[in-house]
Design a protein around this ligand. Sequence first.
Ligand code: SF4
Ligand code: SF4
Ligand code: SF4
Ligand code: FES
Length: 955
Amino acid sequence: MDNTYPLHDIDYGTPRSDSEKTVTLQIDGFEVTVPQGTSLMRAAVSAGTQIPKLCATDSLEPFGSCRLCLVEIEGRKGFPASCTTPAEAGMVVRTQTPRLAELRRGVMELYISDHPLDCLTCPTNGDCELQDMAGAVGLRDVRYGYQGLNHLKDQADTSNPYFTYDPSKCIVCNRCVRACEETQGTFALTISGRGFESRVSAGESQSFMDSECVSCGACVNVCPTATLMEKTVIDAGQPDHSVLTTCAYCGVGCGFKAEMKGSEVVRMTPWKDGKANEGHACIKGRFAWGYATHKDRILKPMIRKHITDPWQEVSWETAINHAASEFRRIQAESGVDSIGGITSSRCTNEETYLVQKLVRAAFRNNNVDTCARVCHSPTGYGLGQTYGTSAGTQTFKSVEKADVVMVIGANPTDAHPVFASRLKRRLRAGARLIVVDPRSIDLVSSPHIKADYHLQLRPGTNVAIINALAHVIVTEGLLAQKFVDERCDVEAFKVWREFVARPNNSPEALEIMTGVPAAMVREAARLYATGGNGAIYYGLGVTEHAQGSTMVIGIANLAMATGNIGREGVGVNPLRGQNNVQGSCDMGSFPHEYPGYRHVSDDATRTLFEKDWGLSLRKEPGLRIPNMFEAALDGSFKGLYCQGEDIVQSDPNTQHVTAALEAMECIVVQDLFLNETAKYAHVFLPGSSFLEKEGTFTNAERRISRVRKVMAPKAGMADWEVTVALSNALGYPMHYSDPSEIMDEVARLTPTFAGVNYDKLDRLGSVQWPCNDAMPEGTPLMHIDHFVRGKGRFLITQYVPTDEKITPKFPLLLTTGRILSQYNVGAQTRRTDNVRFHEEDRLDIHPQDAEERGIHEGDWVGISSRAGDTVLRARVTERMQPGVVYTTFHFPESGANVITTENSDWATNCPEYKVTAVQVVKVKHSSEWQENYRQFNETQLRLLKEKVVTEAVTR
Ligand code: SF4
Ligand code: SF4
Ligand code: SF4
Ligand code: FES
């Protein structure tokens, strides 16, 4: 299959106009019709002419500074810049005349006279717009010579691990500054000095590394010279081909061009036509891909009898046969339900589908679950119950039409950065913002953005806040009654209305619990209900609670009550954490559901799968992950196939998890690295990175995008082939020759995917499900005329305070989250230079709480909960409210999940990560758990190092 894609995209010079009106004009004798508002520069490209340019590029608003793009317009004096001049009906434009050529050469002469003449050895040689323009304008000589004042000796800033800034090559076109402002929204760059002294500067003349820069790479992308340049290109040289693929980090699902030299990635460039990102990226997808070739990768299968034994390196065949025979032995001894599998939200849809099929068809039970259990399972439940489908309602682009945005329990600038940039653009353009979060996240106050209301609630009181907001909307007559009457179950609505109108749901009554001033809640509710299009975006701060599902339902109720569903600019949008968490849920990873969210007890669905798979299937739901642990400790669950998931580090109450794993007899881990779970494994099957596989990911917008192989699987087998081999060894043959055939099977068996196939994805770039005969090109917007379930259903959301309460012994509340440069358990990002941005997990604590405990910035502090103890260094910050502390969970030795408890959501068992009662004290030593971890880890690394090679690897 030829996966290649053009290395260079057409640059239209200025952004597209969305106007529906058109104008027709003449350019160089050709008639051209373009949308009103299109620049002459862009119109010229439509007419087949590239006007020379330097300061313009089509991802940025025109700036008009370089004066290279001059044109002549009949009937007008002078030489207007084509980038800043809109096309008008009837215009007659000339882009190539002797006078224009002379003017352009003059401009280029000035640029070149202050630019190093090292083209042949420059890393951008052949990919430099300055070089191209010199050629385009026919510059042959520089009359001023090169001896005058210049910047040729300016020193390069190489502080950023991923790109350099070499001011000697800068033409001060301002593109980078504008990219940082317009595209990324960080405002880290300025042009300091005037005239000849003008230079690009990060912050107050800081190095890039010390500045506010978040390494998104937008400035590097637009730089027309080698001034801002990826270090990988400097080292490896220009790429020779590129392949389109999809980022394997977060749920934004950015499209990328993997730019290659042979089978080596030279750089990852955000894909201009990727609908989720439209040419933007963040530090993770853009730069942190080096883990794929990291020396820690394990490329040979391994087995061992006990976790205290050294590993034995074996062939694929031996490893797979061993895993299969162990699983069959366990089932023969302990029953068919004694084993199960865990699918991964980092793997493709096709791989995930196969793992759940393996469990249902080859294991012959429904003991399959996924890491979505610990993040967005309440979204599935809550939106399923109210709207009839378990997914976000909008495209990311829809936020451009929002007038009021409510962000609840999400931190997009860190966890969903490319969406955050889009959101910030809309906020700078005037949309209003309500933030509901215990912490002062960046969105509350950042350059040119200030939240109108920050409802800084106490952790665990989400449902109280959503009820209080609903109370104001109902009692102050702010309901969208027409929408409710037409679109919703009116009886259920009346019950809900009576419930939220009760005085005990008023902001005043709940203020004591939430800690949010009632007046602010009232104003925020009025703004959301009456401010125009209201859009809600939420994250794990909503779902990872004892009442996670209740809160999702509360959000869904609020959107229905205000009519904010079914059109652009509104909606309920879960921001999914991992790249394919939507897809892993869609593909039937939960123990009670087949692909497409159909219950295993549904006879018609089960019959469909039975016919296709050629065997009878169980109708009772299987075990969820926490139930698997309980059963392991009870002695009834003994074997686990865990693909691409590190449950030891990511699941709550680590000591409980490791005790469960130690109680099992055969744990098969398929992963890139010896992760924390693999240290408890008996069989290790090497996994492949996203660069080594064909398949699809589904992002938080339900957008299915292709993942394309740019290099052969380093361990010899792709992940889907490994699952197929395991199934075959277990006696349930699977026959696929390509992942596209797996997707064809998904489409055959799943109505919402019926129209999905690789040809369509290649043709359209991506599609959003449902995609079937009714919506052959996918469904960007859900619930337009009616809800998926018919009438929208309001449900009662009684606030029940969590059992996890502060006590004199544990007087603070711990909440956990993520940081921009690290991803989830950090297995990938810790193996890149991203560690330079975040090298350890720290405990954020309010100055008041720190002072009471004699804690200063950087002190080691012990954190204890009823589940366990760990030790981290403190960061004293006013981002926290008094009484609340916060940490991330990216480093295994931190043991953040040693502290979190097994409390969970009542409906889905999603852990209550966001509320743990803790005590924090200054300490000098690491915790007992950390000491034990250190020893265990050392032993496991030694056992890996001492691995025994018992046979030649045959495949
Ligand atoms: S660094 Fe690049 S983009 Fe920025 S002003 Fe200089 S040449 Fe232009
Ligand atoms: S990398 Fe991103 S944040 Fe940093 S200066 Fe460039 S555009 Fe701004
Ligand atoms: S925003 Fe998410 S999907 Fe996009 S580049 Fe960053 S990590 Fe990848
Ligand atoms: S490209 Fe138009 S002025 Fe620079």
